[in-house]
Design a binder for this molecule. Sequence first.
Ligand SMILES: Cc1cc2nc3c(=O)[nH]c(=O)nc-3n(C[C@H](O)[C@H](O)[C@H](O)COP(=O)(O)O)c2cc1C
Length: 198
Amino acid sequence: MTPLPAFYDDLDASLAHLWQLLQDGPALRRNAFHMPALATVDEAGAPQVRTIVLREADSGSGSVRFHCDRRSRKAVEIAASGRAALHGYDSASKVQIRVSGTAVLHTDDALADAAWAGSLAMSLVCYGVAPEPGAELSSGDAYSLPETDASIAAGRPNFCAVVVMATRLEFLFLDRRGHRRAAWTRNGDRWAGTWLAP
Ligand SMILES: Cc1cc2nc3c(=O)[nH]c(=O)nc-3n(C[C@H](O)[C@H](O)[C@H](O)COP(=O)(O)O)c2cc1C
């Protein structure tokens, strides 16, 4: 039987492990926390969920960042609600993480400029897609992507970096000797945590 992890009955260590997994996610291509699900609420109040690539997680500020097209439904929904949630489950380590909080679109500021400058050209191509993301097409291939450096750069106005400032975190570790579930809510710049029944 594998030994229990050090965070097993330690609330602070569970929170630290949660942030470590989120902070490692952007660099680990096949990891669940590289491509978590992003949930928003649309204008009719209906939940919407889709995959995104996690670009950064920062335990200091308690925030995570991803990128999207400002013309997309998710960007419109975040602009309207100011809220978002993310979820990932890593089957290798048997850990599920849920993050919910306030979300801000950064389009024209230094944060967005740095995020654009730090992205690979192959990622930036999609911000020049025409027509806009989600537009109905007459056939599957009836859209274009930019092919030159100049036309890729012209997609910059469509790019936005989204920062989700977590207000609630939840951690679930599955183990047949007993699952461990915990949640934290933001209390100023500290987290107030509690164990939960799994
Ligand atoms: C592996 C994977 C990674 C994705 N990463 C992103 C991403 O980082 N940002 C993004 O806007 N869409 C990303 N998508 C596409 C979204 O899941 C979604 O299909 C698309 O953005 C439209 O969503 P919306 O209409 O709700 O805005 C990704 C999809 C997959 C399958």
